[in-house]
Design a protein around this ligand. Sequence first.
Ligand code: ADP
Ligand code: MG
Length: 332
Amino acid sequence: MRAGEFELIDKIRRRANVGPEIRLGIGDDCSSIVVPPNYELLTSTDLLLEGVHFCLDWTDLFSLGIKSVAVNISDLAAMGAKPVSLHLAVGLPANFSDEQVEQFLNGVFAGLECYEVSLVGGDTCRSEGPLVISATVQGICHKDQVITRGGAGAGDDLWVSGTLGDSGLALHFLQMNRPLSAFLAERHYRPEARVVLGQRLAIENLATAMLDLSDGLNGDLSHLLRASTVGARVELERLPLSNEFKDELRIDQSLFDLALCGGEDYELLFTAKPAMRDLLEQLSVEMNLSLSRIGEITSTPEFDLVMASGLIYQPQISAFDHFGSTKDKSRE
Ligand code: ADP
Ligand code: MG
């Protein structure tokens, strides 16, 4: 038997910190956030459904809690915003124990602390079916600094942070019952939203367009290109791959498509004027985070994945169709 709804909300309220921007947090009918003059409030929601976006056989509840926060905050990072607050709505399965609820909340609070975000509200109810998690994040950004998907122009460079495909590779291993290395587990279960990078790009006016990679470079790049009405040429040999990914690739070359279509990278994909190259390289060193220039924006709407040979590459996405049905798909 689990603690009642009010008891649980009270417990959550006592744990929630209240940052300087929060006028009203948990306890009233609405939360209220103070937005400084000339700043905009940016809001994003994600829904995570057990059996659709995650599978409790493959993830512990603490990791799920952290990840629920991080994947949401990644959307704020993608626009250059500073995360401020989170609303958490949960449908908790009737058979969940107090301890299971606690593990999940511990993860949520660890995520909130990591990004210095206040939990300011939400909703709690019992689910007769699966675990349902919906998080809404809000952040602030100076009105002249918001980076949308729509600002890329022909001749801009295309950049990506971190490495690609690690989370997809981890999922592939999970599906084959192969144990994960600490590195792959971290990349899959504890993705880090690139909040500092997003804000630096915005504040220093370094990027023309940006989004976060949740569905894989191949799909997400096409969203950015459509929004900007441009095309791109991506040089595949420039894609940043981790050593572990490269090791697996030597054994099975078909895994390369995970770097393009694997999803859940939560890295930032952005465009920038070529004049910004030196500044971006300095930023990469300063942040100790790789920033890779992987191609350029073109005026024709097509988008080509170009191999070292100069030939155009076609991902064999169908080879990974099993990602499309079962699985952990927090990326949607
Ligand atoms: P209402 O009936 O007005 O929706 P509730 O009783 O559902 O209010 O919630 C009371 C307060 O607790 C509200 O401020 C609400 O935002 C907050 N709250 C409810 N559930 C959660 C949760 N899971 N996480 C954070 N805050 C919550
Ligand atoms: Mg309510």
